[in-house]
Structures are given as C-alpha cells and as structure tokens.
Design a protein around this ligand. Structure first.
Ligand code: BDR
Ligand code: CA
Length: 303
C-alpha cells in the first residue's frame, strides 16, 4: 500500500478522484489537503468533508491556500463546477471539520517523518506544494513521487488556447514546483482529454441503491452539461483528476517522456507549460493513455 497525500480543490472531478483513491487497496490515503481553485477554500474544504461523509470514509482533511502566490482576483469556474463547486448538489454542513494543522505544514511534516515513502497526488492549483517546498526545500529529495493533474504540454489549453485550469490559477506556484527538483509526473490535458466518462455510466450509478452513487451521478451530470456546451456532441466528460489517481495505482495506464518543463508567467501565453531541453530538473510528462483500460478500472472501483 502506497501512503498518499491527495491535494484537492474539490470540484466535481476531484470528488470522483477521492472516491477512486479511497476505494483502491493499492493506496493508503493518509490525508486530504485542500486548496482554493474550483471554488473558494471554505467551499473546497467543506466539499471534501461532504464527499467523505457521503462515501462513509474517515480521512483527516487539512485546509490550505486561499489564494494564488501573486495577486489578482480569482474568478471561480461556477459554469463548470456549480456555485458550490459540486454541481449545486451540496445539501448539508458536514459534521466533521478540518484539522487544526494547515495543509502546508502537514505536507512538510509527513514527508520528513516518512522519507522516500510519501506519494503526493495534486489535482488542484499547485499553491500548497509550492509553499511547502519554499518553506522546507529539503522535502524535494524526500518525497517518493508527486503526480500532478495539470498542464497542457503538447496540446491546447482549456482556459486559454495555451493554459490548463490548475496551472493558470497559480502559474508562479507551478513554476516553483516544476523547477524544485521534486520527482514530478505531469498528467496533463495531453492524456486526460483522451479519457471520456460516457453519460450512460450515470444511469448505472443511479440504479445502485446508494445515496453516494446518486449524489455523484447528479454532480457529474452538471459537469457533463458544461462539457456538452464547450464540446457539442461529446457525450460525457473527461476524467482529469481520476487519471492522476489511476497513474498512482498503475503507471502502465500511461506512457511518459522525460523533459524539463517551464511555465510562461507573462503575457497572453501566461500559464502555458513548455517542455524544453535547456537544462533544469527533469519531469515525467504523460503523452499517451490506455483510455479503455483506465476507464474500465475506474468504473470498477468508483462504487
Ligand atoms: C482541472 O481543473 C479543474 O477544474 C479540475 O478539477 C481539474 O483538476 C482540469 O483542467
Ligand atoms: Ca481539481
């Protein structure tokens, strides 16, 4: 079992990733850390606790960054994830609260306590990780692996023609993480846009006699609606965050190439992730995915 810290900005596909990770015996999710992103930090933390309650799972939650490293007013993607971040399906205030320790200190402390053991799966903006590596640079050589959903290295972005949502939300943070020496694997739009959860899957979830499955079907239906608006006729949604979890479970779902990666910080291409050979730490960039194999695995685990 791999000890895992899952860093989320919950978010509909983050919720799917949480369920997939918690139902996978290969992974031991020791903590969930939250970041602003798909919604403000209060909402993403609450959503994480709500998802855990719906799934009937107990994992400690540590709240993290409420804003990007460098200024700017953040607009939240309510058209993609709803006003509440979960497709307007949040029907409760969770009973549990986040722990008193913050996400950044939690990450640092766990990595130092278990050197070369911890896998971090980060599926939101990279603010928490950047703050952690800035505060304690030593963790770069002590983490086992960092699997990131973010970036569009050899393909187009999904927020601008150049940038992917998690990276454009905090480009400075992403640049710090990619140049830190952390052992990073990028699971970007290059591969996640090739994973499609078909709408029919939601019918199967609704047939299950489980509150959690209905909750997930309703929020994912909202997500699919926004996909339909942007990609008419697509018939489903991409499984961005779940694929990062999938790669932690079984790296053979993807093929990787080794590159240095920099983030464009200025101008119209801000947030773009560029692969280069000009020097700097090497990163694994996922370039191909066995979509069918991954989808089957995900569907077999989600409930
Ligand atoms: C990423 O952006 C967020 O909206 C999703 O949760 C995912 O992490 C996809 O670009
Ligand atoms: Ca996310």
């Amino acid at each position: 079992m791999k000890p895992v810290i899952l860093d989320v900005d919950t978010g509909i596909d983050d919720a799917l990733a949480i369920a997939y990770a918690l139902n996978s015996p290969e992974l031991e999710v020791i903590g969930l850390t939250t970041c602003f992103g798909n919604a403000p930090i209060e909402s993403t933390t609450r959503n994480t606790l709500v998802v855990l309650e719906k799934l009937g799972k107990m994992v400690p939650v540590y709240a993290g960054a409420d804003k990007q490293l460098k200024g700017g007013l953040k607009k939240y993607p309510t058209h993609v994830h709803g006003e509440d971040g979960l497709g307007n399906q949040v029907d409760r205030t969770p009973e549990k609260r986040a722990e008193s320790e913050g996400a950044v200190d939690y990450i640092i402390n766990q990595v130092i306590k278990q050197p070369q053991e911890i896998t971090i799966i980060a599926v939101g903006p990279l603010t928490n990780l950047a703050l952690a590596v800035k505060k304690e640079p030593e963790i770069a050589s002590l983490v086992k692996e960092v699997i990131i959903m973010g970036g569009a290295v050899f393909t187009a972005g999904n927020v601008t023609p150049y940038s992917e949502a998690n990276i454009i939300t905090d480009p400075e943070a992403a640049d710090i993480v990619f140049s830190s020496g952390l052992p990073v694997t990028i699971v970007g739009l290059d591969v996640t846009m090739k994973t499609l959860l078909p709408r029919e899957a939601l019918t199967d979830w609704r047939d299950l006699k489980r509150d959690a499955a209905h909750f997930f079907a309703d929020m994912t239906s909202f997500y699919m609606q926004s996909y339909e608006t942007h990609h008419p006729g697509i018939g489903g949604c991409a499984l961005h965050d779940p694929l990062a979890v999938g790669v932690a479970i079984d790296p053979s779902f993807v093929k990787k190439e080794e590159w240095s990666v920099k983030v464009v910080l200025e101008g119209e291409e801000r947030g773009r992730t560029i692969a280069h050979t000009e020097g700097g730490p090497k990163i694994q960039v996922c370039t191909h995915v066995k979509s069918e194999t991954f989808l089957k695995h995900f569907l077999g685990r989600i409930f």
